[in-house]
Each structure stands twice: as structure tokens, then as C-alpha cells.
Design a protein around this ligand. Structure first.
Ligand SMILES: C[S@@+](CC[C@H](N)C(=O)[O-])C[C@H]1O[C@@H](n2cnc3c(N)ncnc32)[C@H](O)[C@@H]1O
Length: 307
């Protein structure tokens, strides 16, 4: 006698139940694998995983800013060691570097344009300035591009309990100006103009909104007269990168840096900008108030003689 379960009539009767079970299994597999549930999709599983990861990569990769924001562990450790050496504060360097890195990624995600330069150099500057404990809270940034670094520096100073006042000088000429160099369209696709700078500064709260933005060149006597109304605790030299331009900014910095103030020489030692080291060496060989504190990533740090 045939088993009742193998009978044709029984199989027909169970078919809807089997179909339901099949559908459930398929749904579970689709959810787990994310392939669309087709055999072809299952065969493409590694690709599907890449697709899953891609949105996360977009958060850190170089698209729209020219450089990736994913530092290697070795680069990060080197940066912290350099920060500790220049500032004398190892624990502070570790904490500040982590906070500055998060801030950089967040501001570029939210702001207009980008912050210029490599990740370690930016994180280094944002960390070093508050750790060097400038003698007052007045900051002058020569060359701002989109104002986003200035906004970030305001945040980092406030995190250290400071009340930063930012002054910016930049031609804001639509594109980045670099004498002797043809700068193509910016990786961000955003024109360099005051509206962009203001939007980014607004991300830094009241101190950002209160920042002074002086359109023009740092070598212009009219610009200098307007901006030289105070002594600065911090001056970031990041405008004209030619030897002549940096030499002129360093001479000006001699006059307007507060006693004990900090000068950040951006792109110092960067192979793309040899004029910066050249101007620095010539300047330091002359009569100067500045002492070289050291280098962190691609920035040099100077301190003016205390009163
Ligand atoms: C490298 S970008 C500055 C980047 C900005 N500090 C940052 O961290 O994102 C240099 C900027 O300096 C400007 N610049 C060029 N020559 C200048 C000068 N003589 N005075 C002030 N800014 C200048 C350029 O147009 C550009 O906006």
C-alpha cells in the first residue's frame, strides 16, 4: 500500500503551504544578503557588500574636496607625537586631534566649499593653536578660501574655554589666487566669495557671526591699516604662498603679533610650496621677535618674544 503522504492528492493539497514556506525563506535570505533575492544577485554578493559600504565611504573620501579624510593609523600617531613635541601636552594632543578630526569631517559635510589641505595638517593646526595657549583670543587668518578653517578654529578655541575673535583677510576673488600658479576650478565646485565664508562662519555660532571679513590682499596698505587695529594672539599665514608673499606676511606679523603670540606658517616644508621655507629661513636669519617652536604635519609654529 502507498504511503498517504506520497499520494498525488496529498501533494496537491499541501502545495499552497509549501509555497508559503518557500516565500518566507526567500524573504529572509533577501533581507540577509541584500541581493534582491535572485540567483544572479546572490552570485554578486561581494559587489552587493561594496554597494552597502559606499555611502559610508562618501562621508570620508576625496570627492568634492580633492583629498580623502581617512588618515592611516601611523599618520595619526605621528601627528600626535609631533603635537606633543611642539605643545608639551601629550594627553591634550590625543584628545584635541580626535575632536579636531570629527569637527573637520562634520564641517565639510555641512558647510560650503571645503577646508584646504591634507587631513593631518588641518587636524594639526586645529589642535596645536589652543594647546599653545596664545596670550589673547584675537586671531588673524591671512588667506581663508571658504572661511571654514576659521570657523573650525573658533570651535576649537571655545572648546578650550577661550573667547575667540576672528579677523580674515582674503581677496575672495571667485577662485583661489596664487601668484605664479594657475589654480583650476576648485574641487568643491564652489566659487570663493564672501557669502560662502559667511555661511561657514555662521556654523561657528556667535563668534563666527561676529568675525571680521576684510576683502583684499594682505600686502595692501589700506587693508593693513584696517586690520592692524589690535595685537593678535594668533596669526595664521596661509595667503600668498610665494617666497615674496610669505616674506611680506612675516614682516607684517612682526608688527601685529601680541607678545607671546603664535604664528602658524601653513604649508611649511610642503614640496609644492618651496617659497614658504625659503621666506621663513631668510626671515629667521634676520632680526626677529619670533622663535621657532617646531613643525606639525605641514605647518610651522613660531612664538613671539614675551613682553
Ligand atoms: C590655501 S588657501 C587658504 C586656505 C584656508 N586657510 C583653509 O585652511 O582652508 C589660500 C587663500 O589665500 C588667498 N590669497 C592669496 N593671496 C593672498 C594675499 N596676498 N592676501 C590674502 N589672501 C590671499 C587665496 O585666494 C586663497 O583664498
Amino acid at each position: 500500500m502507498r504511503s498517504p503522504l506520497t499520494g498525488k492528492a496529498v501533494r496537491r493539497a499541501l502545495r499552497p503551504v509549501a509555497h508559503l514556506i518557500d516565500q518566507r525563506i526567500e524573504r529572509q535570505v533577501r533581507r540577509l544578503v541584500g541581493t534582491g533575492g535572485t540567483p544572479a544577485g546572490a552570485a554578486r554578493q561581494p559587489e552587493a557588500h561594496r554597494d552597502h559600504r559606499h555611502p559610508l565611504e562618501l562621508f570620508f573620501d576625496g570627492t568634492g574636496r580633492g583629498v580623502s579624510r581617512v588618515p592611516s593609523a601611523a599618520a595619526l600617531q605621528r601627528l600626535i607625537a609631533e603635537l606633543a613635541e611642539v605643545t608639551g601636552d601629550r594627553a591634550g594632543a590625543e584628545r584635541a586631534a580626535a575632536q579636531a578630526f570629527r569637527l573637520l569631517v562634520a564641517l565639510e559635510a555641512l558647510g560650503v566649499g571645503r577646508i584646504a589641505g591634507g587631513t593631518m595638517n588641518i587636524v594639526g593646526k586645529l589642535s596645536a593653536v589652543p594647546l599653545l595657549d596664545p596670550p589673547n583670543d584675537e586671531i588673524l587668518e591671512i588667506g581663508t578660501l571658504y572661511g571654514m578653517f576659521g570657523a573650525a578654529l573658533i570651535r576649537m578655541m571655545e572648546r578650550a574655554g577661550r573667547d575667540p575673535g576672528l579677523t580674515i583677510v582674503d581677496p575672495l576673488a571667485g577662485t583661489q589666487v596664487q601668484p605664479g600658479t594657475t589654480m583650476g576650478d576648485d574641487a568643491s565646485g564652489t566659487p570663493v566669495r564672501e557669502a560662502a565664508v559667511r555661511t561657514n562662519l555662521s556654523l561657528a555660532g556667535a563668534a563666527g557671526a561676529a568675525a571680521r571679513v576684510q576683502q583684499g590682499y594682505s600686502g595692501d596698505p589700506g587693508v593693513r591699516a584696517l586690520v592692524s587695529d589690535r595685537s593678535y594672539g594668533v596669526i595664521v599665514v596661509d595667503g600668498d604662498h610665494s617666497a615674496a608673499g610669505v616674506a611680506a606676511d612675516l614682516e607684517w606679523a612682526e608688527e601685529i603679533t601680541a607678545p607671546g603670540g603664535i604664528v602658524v606658517l601653513d604649508d611649511f616644508g610642503h614640496p609644492k610650496w618651496p617659497g614658504i621655507t625659503e621666506a621663513f629661513q631668510r626671515h629667521m636669519a634676520g632680526d626677529t621677535r619670533f622663535t621657532f617652536l617646531g613643525r606639525v604635519a605641514h605647518s610651522g609654529y613660531l612664538r613671539a618674544k614675551a613682553a
